[in-house]
Ligand binder design. Structure first.
Ligand code: SAH
Ligand code: SF4
Length: 339
């Protein structure tokens, strides 16, 4: 059976017409799925029984099962889900002053192999379908009773390594008659897959882009990210420049701060020089220790000194302090505790 959340609006329309029902019924069904958030098609009380039956025979709402739900004092809620094939994924909800944000997973495991990341410990088992990513939004809303207003694609996996399903996911959550989560309220984070950054520039959606740079030169970046052997710092920077030129949009540079690896004042100067004149914003994130990796979090003093260098060089940056509010640090770690 097909997961209902795997269909775009156009695909649903096509299916309904194919089964002999008028096109406008798709709008009603879509409303039931994404606005009423039904669990069974027989909850649709304004469509013919024949259509209810056809939908019931062909589609399921059941993408995954809740295994663990963790609520912390600051309002962060972490969910561990079983995808019915014994694969576990994680979704995190974070409170912001402008609403609730969901951090979603795009793959089971990750093949990029960053040395600091709990998600990369497990090789990619499989990609998530678009509907399994959409399902995380619907399911976490139901399992928590909150309304999600923004999405960050920073959970387990490399979203640009699951590009087709990612784009489909955007179209589904973005649909104005459904969840209607605006592209500007969605941020996708990539480890820097250069060809995909360029392709993404031409997508024509105003989804925000974040790139995990973590180092201003190849020597340091290669220590942290195996992917740097394929796409060097210069190539990643060129791709970001290309993206900015095409879209005229600001890019977030993600930079996790690791003690005595990428956090010196000299490294900060190098980063400032690299990013000079670019329409970017640097997100300095305290590294969250994972037991598999040898790295430690930078001290607050070193993080503050690093930040000051960027500020003095007129690079827009933000220094994230609280770990509980750091969605990056939150992702991927619940799952790794349960492997
Ligand atoms: N694969 C994508 C998106 C998922 S990771 C990417 O790498 O960008 C999302 C963010 O979490 C990335 O910026 C990643 O570097 C960061 N991250 C991973 N492990 C972390 C850790 N232990 N502490 C802090 N941030 C971490
Ligand atoms: Fe994969 Fe991102 Fe983790 Fe790197 S940081 S291993 S790309 S999920």
């Amino acid at each position: 059976m097909t997961l209902i959340y795997d269909l775009t609006f156009e695909e649903l329309e096509e299916f309904i017409v194919e089964k002999g029902f008028p096109k406008y019924r798709a709008g009603q069904v879509w409303h039931w799925i994404y606005v009423q958030k039904i669990d069974y098609f027989n909850q649709m009380n304004n469509v013919p029984q024949g259509l209810v039956d056809v939908m019931t025979e062909n589609f399921t709402f059941d993408s995954m099962e809740l295994v663990i739900k963790n609520v912390s004092d600051d309002g962060t809620i972490k969910f561990l889900y079983d995808l019915h094939d014994a694969n576990l994924i994680e979704t995190v909800l974070m409170k912001h002053n402008y609403g609730m944000s969901a951090c979603v997973t795009t793959q089971v495991g990750c093949n990029i192999g960053c040395s600091f990341c709990a998600s990369g410990v497990l090789k990619k088992q499989r990609d998530l379908s678009a509907g399994e990513i959409v399902g995380q939004i619907i399911k976490t809303e139901k399992d928590s009773g909150v309304r999600i207003s923004s999405i960050v694609i920073m959970g387990i996996g490399e979203p640009f390594d699951n590009y087709k399903n990612l784009v489909k996911f955007f179209k589904i959550v973005n649909h104005p008659k459904g969840l209607a989560i605006g592209a500007r309220h969605i941020t996708v984070s990539t480890s820097g897959l250069v060809p995909k950054i360029k392709e993404f520039a031409h997508l024509g959606l105003q989804v925000n882009l974040a790139v995990s740079l973590h180092a201003p030169n190849n020597e340091i970046r290669s220590k942290l990210m195996k992917i740097n052997d394929r796409f060097k710092v210069e190539e990643v920077i060129d791709a970001i420049k290309y993206y900015i030129q095409v879209t005229n949009r600001r890019v977030t540079i993600e930079y996790i701060m690791i003690q005595e690896v990428n956090d010196s004042v000299e490294t900060a100067k190098e980063l400032a020089a690299l990013l000079k004149g670019m329409n970017v914003y640097v997100n300095l994130i305290p590294y969250n220790k994972v037991k598999e990796a040898p790295w430690e979090r930078s001290t607050l003093e070193r993080r503050e000194a690093f930040y000051k260098v960027l500020k003095d060089n007129k690079i827009t940056a933000v220094l994230r302090r609280e770990q509980g509010h750091d969605i990056n640090a939150a992702c991927g770690q619940l799952r790794s505790q349960h492997l």
